[in-house]
Design a protein around this ligand. Structure first.
Ligand SMILES: [Zn+2]
Length: 292
């Protein structure tokens, strides 16, 4: 389960990937904490076995599969947790994730423990709080203030800025809060030079594979854009856009997917409207989208 990637860089494959950076022989930084209490407990157990003291946790962003272990670790061993501004606000108030997706107070199906992380107290992540050998890299797009980390071993933890090949096949519609920034972040990642790249989901990859993996990620988003523009050739309401998206990507509609895939599609609609590729009009109090 514990994999050594470099002299100071380790990876734990719990429910989602967790990075470990060795500050010195005894002290470590934990990069993200997995999905839930169980993941948090596994991280603590593993560190205890290695006689590593958890000095701090840094969260790449506020999604449950990255912060789910925060609460139990903080409760049991009271470590400081750091995240960027917008992510900090959400980690401290997990209901905001569901409220953003739903566009209002989330109903009972969206407030389940499976969807919302337990809250934890978070301090603001700045370059100064990090030990030597660990750097923040800004990766906005997938979520507002998402970051990744580069270690002194030239290993990049890329969070959800990029998906490994198997992940892209499994989850065809991935959330991109700000699609424009997401594309810019992909362009930025293309310029990075490193020994190993670690997305939170899917296979790690080398410098040689970087261009190929970026292309796969870009193609997946461009396919969604192409389909939205096709669906909107005639004026159409949001609920009907969603109906066709679910059909094209073979996704089963339920209350949760309606909200979360719906939120992902709304982010693409905002992007295409801003880019001048779609227009919106209101007729008889109904809002219609149409491709220009
Ligand atoms: Zn995420």
């Amino acid at each position: 389960m514990l994999e050594q990637l470099g002299s100071k860089t380790y990876l734990i494959n719990v429910t989602n990937k967790v990075g470990i950076f060795l500050i010195n022989e005894n002290d470590v930084v934990i990069i993200d904490t997995g999905f839930d209490d169980q993941a948090g407990q596994e991280i603590m157990d593993l560190c205890a076995t290695k006689k590593w003291h958890i000095k701090m946790i840094v969260n790449t962003h506020s999604h449950i599969d990255h912060i789910g272990g925060n609460n139990i670790i903080q409760k049991k061993i009271n470590v400081p947790i750091y995240a960027k501004k917008m992510e900090k606000a959400i980690i401290e108030n997990p209901e905001i994730t569901a409220a953003i997706a739903f566009g209002g107070y989330p109903h009972k199906y969206l407030r389940s423990d499976f969807l919302l992380a337990k809250e934890s107290n978070v301090l603001e992540l700045t370059p100064e709080i990090l030990p030597a050998g660990l750097e923040i890299i800004d990766l906005p797009g997938h979520n507002g203030n998402m970051v990744g980390f580069k270690t002194i071993d030239d290993i990049y933890f890329l969070a959800d800025a990029i998906g490994g090949e198997s992940t892209l096949k499994k989850y065809t519609i991935q959330f991109k809060y700000n699609v424009k920034e997401y594309f810019e972040t992909l362009d930025y990642i293309r310029t990075l030079k490193g020994k190993l790249f670690v997305p939170s989901h899917g296979e790690n990859f080398s410098q040689l594979e970087l261009d190929y993996i970026i292309k796969l990620n870009k193609d997946a988003s461009e396919d969604i854009i192409k389909n939205i523009k096709k669906i909107c050739r005639k004026k159409i309401t949001f609920e009907h856009i969603l109906k066709y998206i679910f059909k094209i990507y073979h996704i089963k509609m339920d209350f949760i997917q309606n909200t979360y895939i719906g939120a992902s599609i709304k982010c693409y609609l905002s992007y295409l409207l801003d880019q001048g590729e779609l227009e919106i009009n209101i007729e008889d109090n109904i809002l219609y989208w149409r491709t220009l």
